[in-house]
Ligand binder design. Structure first.
Ligand SMILES: [Mn+2]
Length: 496
């Protein structure tokens, strides 16, 4: 759904979820400004049993003049848009409305509203609204109040950016010209005395598993920042390798994950914990997630959350095998030989984007590549999954045939390149052209029968994650080059 599809209504009501948080208010406000500028009669409202009282949110609303109104019974003429929540779900009072749209970043649980835009891979609804505004050519950088509201929305939903999930979250964080003085003030007023007490009480008890060295800590309902704070503290304990801190509300279970061992990436564990019940993600060491109450009750009626988390964690730790390329001795007799298909890739000369000698970061769906400097010798290859790898000009010319046609790719995130000196962030799409591998190459492969965490020679700190059914691959030219690839990608990239 595009915002321009919603411009046929002259009245637009934007509804935050009950007990609205900074993300709901921030994304709602940005939409409010957009529809106002389009000449619509616009309202920003919320409902529910309690009115806004948290000090940081009160300051946010007051300082940015956000016209957020509490209404006990919301009646929307024209169009109603629910932000950071889904019309009909448990965490938002059902308004009276003839036409409804949904803009949200939680797992989809309402399926009967055609006007819906949900990107559950994003860390905040603010990021989603920012993307939608950019798609409309709306210049957020010209509106400091909107920029600050969106920035604070992402900041609060990701524990001070520690748990951002997607490269687009980081793009927005870096791009918005927010007001640093207000953000500083908000950062220092987000807890109440009660929150402090809740943190203290939560620290008194934890459920510890000695075998796997993980702990689970429950807090009473409180500001989500507390979850990050407690887990940052707990992970410093010598006997704790992994911790999960959570609390429960009407709408679901919110949790933070921390890990200090290389065998467990917090982002992957956060995703594992939510499974099909919600969504989770973040970084290697810090991550978070959310489980929907409705989904949880449907699948685990009567199960206590602590019990669920402990059993998920124990199941998780018992579910994988660690392989390190250095000590791995593959059984070649169980592997078969495949040929790499000659597929169209994209390539870019770094100096086509920024002048020679510019320090750059290249960002793809999977990671940021830092410590690069644009140079006549530096090229990039983009494969059909949207992943980028640097290559020298000499290797490129030897290995690839280059074409002048543009390289097209359907992807959730096309790689970006960022000038470290100026902060300018450029989408690589218009710069990429087609190329083709010149020579055939072969690999040995076999399907995995168990979950595997593979440390490759390219990255000693983070593992590749393989599930049963995925493929373990060894390059014929270089047997120390071992990697894992999903079944779908394997079928695309290789043939017998
Ligand atoms: Mn949110």
């Amino acid at each position: 759904m595009k915002l321009r599809e919603l411009l046929g209504y002259s009245d637009v009501t934007i509804q935050c979820h009950d007990n609205p948080d900074a993300d709901s208010i921030g994304s709602g406000y940005a939409l409010y400004v957009f529809f106002r500028e389009k000449g619509k009669n616009t309202k920003l409202v919320y409902s529910g049993s309690s009115k806004l009282s948290k000090p940081n949110l009160t300051i946010l609303v007051k300082e940015l003049n956000i016209p957020l109104v509490y209404e006990e019974n919301i009646k929307a003429s024209g169009l109603l848009i629910t932000v950071d929540c889904q019309y009909g779900a448990g965490n938002v009072s059902k308004a009276e409305a003839d036409h409804v749209a949904i803009i949200d970043h939680h797992k989809q649980e309402i399926f009967d509203i055609p006007l819906t835009e949900i990107r559950d891979y994003l860390g905040s609804c603010s990021t989603l609204v920012w993307q939608m505004l950019e798609e409309e050519g709306f210049d957020v950088s010209g509106r400091r109040d909107v920029a600050t509201a969106l920035y604070y929305g992402l900041m609060c939903d990701t524990n001070n950016f520690a748990e951002t999930k997607h490269p687009a979250d980081r793009d927005m964080q870096e791009a918005l010209p927010y007001d640093p003085i207000l953000i500083r003030r908000l950062r220092n007023s987000n807890l109440t005395m009660t929150d402090l007490e809740i943190a203290g009480i939560a620290l008194l008890r934890n459920s510890y598993n000695e075998a796997y060295r993980y702990t689970v800590i429950k807090t009473q309902p409180c500001d989500p920042n507390i979850l990050g704070f407690i887990s940052d503290l707990a992970i410093q304990v010598d006997s704790i390798d992994v911790c999960v801190v959570y609390n429960e509300s009407q709408s679901g279970i919110k949790y933070s994950v921390r890990s200090c061992v290389r065998e467990v990436m917090a982002s992957e564990l956060a995703e594992y914990i939510s499974g099909e019940l919600g969504s989770g993600g973040g970084h290697e060491d810090k991550a978070g997630g959310f489980i929907s109450r409705t989904e949880f009750n449907r699948q685990y009626p009567g199960i206590n959350t602590d019990e669920y988390l402990m059993s998920q964690l124990t199941k998780y730790f018992g579910s994988f095998r660690v392989i390190d390329y250095e000590s791995f001795e593959p059984d070649m007799s169980s592997m078969e030989r495949y040929r790499e298909k000659l597929l169209i890739n994209g390539y870019i000369k770094s100096t086509d984007v920024f002048g020679k000698g510019t320090p750059v970061i290249v960002r793809s769906l999977k990671c940021d590549m830092d410590d690069l400097v644009s140079d006549d010798d530096l090229y990039f290859i983009i494969d059909c999954t949207g992943e980028v790898s640097p290559i020298t000009r000499e290797k490129f010319e030897r290995g690839y045939e280059a074409f002048d046609e543009p390289f097209e790719l359907e992807t959730q995130y096309f790689p970006h390149i960022r000038n470290k000196a100026t902060g300018q962030n450029v989408n690589l799409r218009p710069y990429s052209r087609k190329c083709l591998l010149k020579n055939e190459s072969y690999v040995y492969a076999k399907q995995l029968t168990e979950t595997v965490k593979l440390f490759t020679k390219w990255d000693r700190d983070t593992y590749m994650h393989g599930k049963p059914g995925d493929y373990l691959i060894i390059s014929e030219d270089d047997p120390s080059d071992i990697f894992v690839i999903t079944k779908d990608m394997f079928d695309i990239l290789y043939e017998k």
